[in-house]
Design a protein around this ligand. Structure first.
Ligand code: NCD
Length: 303
C-alpha cells in the first residue's frame, strides 16, 4: 500500500505516468466516470481549506466514488482529544483512501504509519503540500509541453508557504531549473531549502525587488502572505502588501511568461491581471482536479 506524503514519494517516471493519466482524464472524462464506483474518500481537514478539500471531493465524485469527512478540527473528535493515529485507525474502516490536512508538520506521516488505507498529505503546517506540487507540475507540463530548462521566480511568503517548499523540493530533480526567490528579508526561504540547492549545485538568487527580475522569468509563482502562521498581527499587516502584481509590472515580463498561484489570492495579484493571457492560476486550479483524480486511481491501484 502506498501513501503520498512528499512529492519525492514518486520517481520522475512515476510522476510522468501520473501526468499522462491526468491528461487522459482531462481529454476523456467519460471514460473515468465510474472508475471509482463503490469507493469512498475520507477528507480529514484539521485546518481550513476550500480549494484543496473541494478539489479532492470533486475528483472522487467525478470518478463515481463517494466522499465523507470533516472540514475543521472543532467538528471532529480531535476537539475531544483524540489522536490522529486513533482517528485514522477508525477512518480505515469507513473509507478506502484518506486525504488529510493538519496544522502540525508530520501529522499525515504519523497517520500513514497507523493507517490501513492510503493517506494523502493535503498540507501539513508550513512543511509540504505535495498535491499542490503535482498540480503545479502538471500545469507547467500541460501549458509548455515539458518540465525543465526554465527560470522560475517564487514571490511572496517563502518562509511559511508550504506550496513553495514542496515545489522547490520537487523541481530539484528536473534539468536546468534556475530559481529566483523574491521576498522581503523576513520571509526568506528557510535555510534547509537553500542548503539542499547548494548540495545539488542548483543555481538560485535571493532578491527583494520583483520588477528588476521580471524580464528574466519563464514562470512567476506568486503566493499569499500566510497570516495564520504569523506570531503577531502587526508583522502580518506590515508585510501583507509587500508585492502586488499589476498590469504595469506584467509589461516587464516576457510575452510567454506564465503567472501561477496556488490560490487563495488576497491582494498579491491585482484582479486586472486575470485578463492577461499569461495568467494561468485559474487553469492551474482546474488541473488540480485532474491530477487528484489520477492520484486517487493510482493509489487505489485501479489503473
Ligand atoms: C495553499 C495552502 O493551503 O497552502 N492553498 C491551496 O492549497 N491551494 C496556499 C495558501 O493557502 O496560500
Amino acid at each position: 500500500m502506498r501513501h503520498l506524503l512528499s512529492p519525492m514519494d514518486f520517481t520522475i517516471e512515476e510522476l510522468d505516468k501520473l501526468f499522462d493519466l491526468a491528461t487522459d482524464i482531462e481529454q476523456n472524462k467519460a471514460k473515468y466516470a465510474h472508475a471509482c464506483d463503490g469507493k469512498i474518500l475520507a477528507t480529514c481537514f484539521y485546518e481550513p481549506s476550500t480549494r484543496t478539500r473541494l478539489s479532492f471531493e470533486s475528483a472522487m465524485l467525478r470518478l463515481g466514488g463517494q466522499v465523507l469527512g470533516f472540514s475543521d478540527a472543532g467538528s471532529s473528535s480531535a476537539s475531544k482529544g483524540e489522536s490522529v493515529s486513533d482517528t485514522i485507525k477508525v477512518i480505515s474502516g469507513y473509507a478506502d483512501i484518506c486525504a488529510m490536512r493538519h496544522p502540525k508538520e508530520g501529522a499525515p506521516m504519523v497517520a500513514a504509519e497507523k493507517s490501513d488505507i492510503p493517506v494523502i498529505n493535503a498540507g501539513d503546517g508550513g512543511h509540504q503540500h505535495p498535491t499542490q506540487t503535482l498540480t503545479d507540475l502538471l500545469t507547467i507540463r500541460s501549458l509548455t509541453g515539458t518540465i525543465g530548462n526554465f527560470t522560475i521566480g517564487l514571490c511572496g511568503d517563502l518562509k511559511f508557504g508550504r506550496t513553495v517548499h514542496s515545489l522547490i523540493h520537487a523541481l530539484v530533480r528536473y534539468e536546468g531549473i534556475n530559481f529566483i526567490f523574491i521576498s522581503p528579508q523576513e520571509l526568506r526561504v528557510p535555510d534547509y531549502i537553500t542548503e539542499e540547492l547548494k548540495a545539488h549545485n542548483i543555481p538560485y538568487e535571493e532578491v527583494t525587488n520583483l520588477e528588476t527580475v521580471m524580464p528574466q522569468l519563464d514562470f512567476l509563482y506568486m503566493t499569499r502572505v500566510q497570516r495564520e502562521r504569523f506570531f503577531n498581527e502587526e508583522d502580518y499587516i506590515r508585510l501583507k502588501d509587500f508585492y502586488i502584481l499589476d498590469t504595469t509590472k506584467m509589461e516587464l515580463a516576457k510575452p510567454n511568461m506564465l503567472v501561477l498561484h496556488p490560490l487563495p489570492r488576497v491582494n498579491e495579484i491585482s484582479v486586472e491581471v486575470d485578463k492577461d493571457p499569461r495568467a494561468a492560476y485559474f487553469k492551474q486550479a482546474q488541473y488540480g482536479v485532474y491530477v487528484r483524480m489520477a492520484l486517487i486511481l493510482t493509489l487505489l491501484e485501479l489503473v
